[in-house]
Design a protein around this ligand. Structure first.
Ligand code: DQA
Length: 144
């Protein structure tokens, strides 16, 4: 089985991006951590990072056979309507992850257009949030 790990704009530079907010783990570190978390079930991780919304939409459209997804949409949480529509048609459970606690930050980050479609949201726990999301999906997707 395959798990989709989708990261949106400005997340490819993690480790060098506002480290006081986002921490020092790189995206490669996070991808490796998620892969490690799910390996005992034989799951493989399909990791995609794109800065453009269209590429993310296409990645979702191409991943209908994955068993679940972890999505950090970055700032597309705010108004990523086409990503939202793509995820509305994604057949498996997915979890929205934010490294930072978006509700402790600027007001424009307090509402996600994607979150109502997610089976859960994890925010503020840094890169650990991705591991926890992976565990939650393992739990949710029983039997595969
Ligand atoms: C983020 C939070 C978003 O508000 C921001 O635009 C990001 C990163 C996070 O992981 O904390 O790019 O998704």
């Amino acid at each position: 089985a395959e798990l989709l790990l989708l990261n949106g704009p400005n997340l490819g530079i993690l480790g060098r991006r506002e480290t006081e907010i986002y921490g020092t783990d790189t995206l490669a570190d996070i991808e490796a951590a998620v892969a490690e978390e799910v390996s005992h079930r034989g799951w493989k991780v399909v990791a995609v990072q794109q800065d453009g919304e269209g590429e993310l939409v296409r990645a979702v459209q191409g991943a209908y056979d994955t068993v679940g997804a972890i999505v950090n949409p970055g700032a597309l949480m705010i108004a990523g309507w086409s990503l939202r529509d793509a995820l509305a048609n994604y057949p498996a459970p997915w979890i929205e992850v934010h490294l930072s606690n978006v509700w402790a930050r600027e007001k424009f980050r307090h509402e996600s257009v994607l979150a109502p479609l997610a089976c859960g949201v994890i925010a503020g726990l840094g890169s650990l949030g991705y591991r926890l999301a992976a565990r939650a999906l393992l739990d949710r997707v029983a039997g595969s």
